[in-house]
Design a protein around this ligand. Structure first.
Ligand code: HSE
Length: 428
């Protein structure tokens, strides 16, 4: 049995530094549990990046060329915490091909290139683990892969972007502006290097792709579903939703409808007594409906150095544990199914819809006729005149994706009228 695993780490940013710290704190415990000592021997950094104090304190070498790690036959595991798809994809592929196990926190990479990377890992008899890629410190992927083996998952709803949840909480509870809340989330190390991915829902969409793989065994891509972020959400809509008994949250949802899957990332109204409604700041929550367990929820910090690094080091400990048997390197998610999308006629939700239209009564009457035409029942919850325009907000009864699309398109075709906000209302 191998007693020591040598690690090459790619990147010493927020998460990389956390990995160095957690590994140093927990090395002895992991050794006692697995019989294997985990040691970082090399770290890849950018030229000019001064990490010499950290390297000296933890006795590893700084390198500036990926070949110093991938071509080093003494390195058993590569930890990739650089983020983004390129060059991470090339580096991880090379490491797997050289027979090294890989642990990564990179959701962009796993969502976009996961199928090919998993195949490369299988072909090269090594493991590829990425627990930290979804919901930071919550061990949600391992739970879905292992603890639901005897259950059928029917829906996963996630608050899976810490930055936007932090921003929404600060804007609503502390009256902070959108811009200030984003700067604070960046300072606290929650946001991506380009926070566009956070606020436009792309980060949550990557995680929804990964959750779909673990929940239903199928690989979808960002082009397969609607992705909308929190940009453009008005505080007045959040306050109106609150007065109606809802919190507004950015939700990544992936749901079995008939024999297909429906996925979406968008702000949604969550009933105040739903467990997801109470999740504040950078915390994440993943709510799972399944036929056996029923409802369960997994909660914890979704971003930040130490929570994310802890998930990375747990993956390393699992690799260490695997060293003691002679079986093929276990893969993270081995369940695969045929990709089938839900029929949009069968996907039903209630909606919060805000319309802006000129004040003439006749225009609202036209909208009402469209609602009738598309069989859309609703209740008006706000009707105001603002700066010479009429803003009407209503909550609909459950309608399907086709009805919703037809209604919104028809309203937007009317002169000077448009749907300014539309959000799904989550079930209780
Ligand atoms: N920017 C991400 C977030 C980091 O805010 O959730 C963790 O994936």
């Amino acid at each position: 049995m191998q007693k020591r695993l040598q690690i090459g780490i790619l990147g010493l940013g927020v998460v990389g530094c956390g990995v160095v710290q957690i590994l140093s704190q927990e090395r002895q415990k992991i050794k006692e549990k697995t019989g294997v000592e985990l040691v970082i021997t090399k770290a890849l950094v950018r030229p000019g990046e001064d990490k010499s104090a950290l390297a000296t304190a933890h006795n590893f070498q700084l390198v500036y060329d990926i070949n110093d790690i991938t071509a080093d036959s003494d390195i058993d595991v590569v930890v990739e915490v650089m983020g983004k798809i390129h060059p991470a994809n090339e580096f991880v592929t090379e490491a797997l091909q050289k027979g090294k196990h890989v642990v990564t926190a990179n959701k962009d990479l796993l969502a976009e290139k996961g199928t090919a990377l998993v195949q490369t890992a299988i072909e090269n008899h090594v493991s590829l683990y990425y627990e930290a890629s979804v919901a930071g410190g919550i061990p949600i992927l391992r739970v879905l892969a292992n603890s639901f083996v005897a259950d059928e998952i029917t829906e996963v709803l996630g608050i899976i972007n810490g930055t936007t949840n932090y921003m929404l909480t600060q804007m609503v509870e502390e009256g902070m502006s959108y811009e200030d809340a984003l700067v604070k989330a960046q300072e606290l190390g929650f946001a991506e290097s380009d926070p566009k991915n956070d606020v436009d829902g792309i980060d949550a969409a990557y995680k929804t792709v990964i959750l779909t793989r673990f929940a239903y065994g199928l690989d979808i891509s960002l082009d397969d579903f609607v992705v909308k972020g929190i940009r453009g959400i008005e505080l007045s809509d959040i306050e109106l939703a609150q007065s109606l008994g809802y919190e507004v949250k950015l939700i990544g949802l992936t749901k079995k409808v008939g024999s297909g899957v429906f996925a979406e990332v968008a702000p949604a109204l969550v009933p105040k007594h739903h467990p997801l409604a109470s999740i504040r700041n950078e915390f994440n929550g993943v709510f799972v409906r399944s036929t056996g367990i029923g409802q369960s929820m997994y909660y914890g910090p979704g971003a930040g150095s130490l929570p994310t690094a802890t998930s990375v080091v747990t993956d390393l400990a699992v690799i260490a544990e695997n060293q003691s048997d002679n079986k093929p390197a276990p893969q993270f998610a081995s369940y695969t199914a045929k990709k089938v999308f839900a029929d949009p006629n069968e996907v039903f939700y209630r909606y919060f819809i805000a319309l802006e239209l000129p004040c003439e009564k006749v225009l609202w009457q036209e909208v009402q006729k469209l609602a009738e035409q598309f069989d859309l029942s609703y209740e008006v919850v706000a009707d105001q005149e603002i700066a010479g325009k009429r803003r009407i907000v209503f909550l609909t009864k459950a309608i399907n994706e086709v009805q919703k699309h037809q209604f919104v398109t028809s309203v937007n075709k009317m002169d000077a009228s448009h749907v300014s906000q539309i959000m799904k209302v989550m079930e209780e």
